[in-house]
Write a protein of this length. Sequence first.
Length: 218
Amino acid sequence: MIALVRYTVAVLLHTQRHLAPILLFVAFLAVSTVNGEGPLPPVYASSAAALFVCTVWLTAVVLGLDAPEQRAIVVISAGRSATVLAASVLTALLAGTVLGALGLVFPLWMGAYDVGGADLVLGAVAELACACAGTAAGVLCSRLVIPRPGHALVAALALTGAFLLTRGFPPVNPLIQAMSTTSDASAVLSLATGMLGVAAVLLASAAAVAQYVSARRD
């Protein structure tokens, strides 16, 4: 597994297809948090929402790195297609987690916000929940599930909009709404933890769907 993750990371870095979603996330952080002040939960809400969008994009990129012929070679070398898929999903989730860590510390560095321990815990849980949810959505919109790029793009836009804008649609919308309207991080922490659990279940389910669809196609 470690070797497959290292291979996936190497291919991702070599192709440089990771740059666009990462630069988009960094640009959003710079615009929304530089010289800001006040409570942190609304700031972390916008950061987590941006992370969700960028993780959807980044995950679709990671799972589409190899052409079908190259992926077949990797699967044969690894022995199981599920192992290759797991390595790709883990790579995308790790990338999202790294971006989430940046979203957690960047406002503290560039702004003058009111910082408390509960704020940092809430921010970390929210970033991880949105990274998991974004990875799940990206898996479902990847080449393994939807081979046609145009259809995959439409599906990604629809899923992203549904997660962000549909009122009460877990895990992203309820979490972002709750964080955006409060200055008390401790009051939202239990909700955030629950939404993290929902996001983890969604990610596992999305990976299972991708494995089923790609195995039938192969």
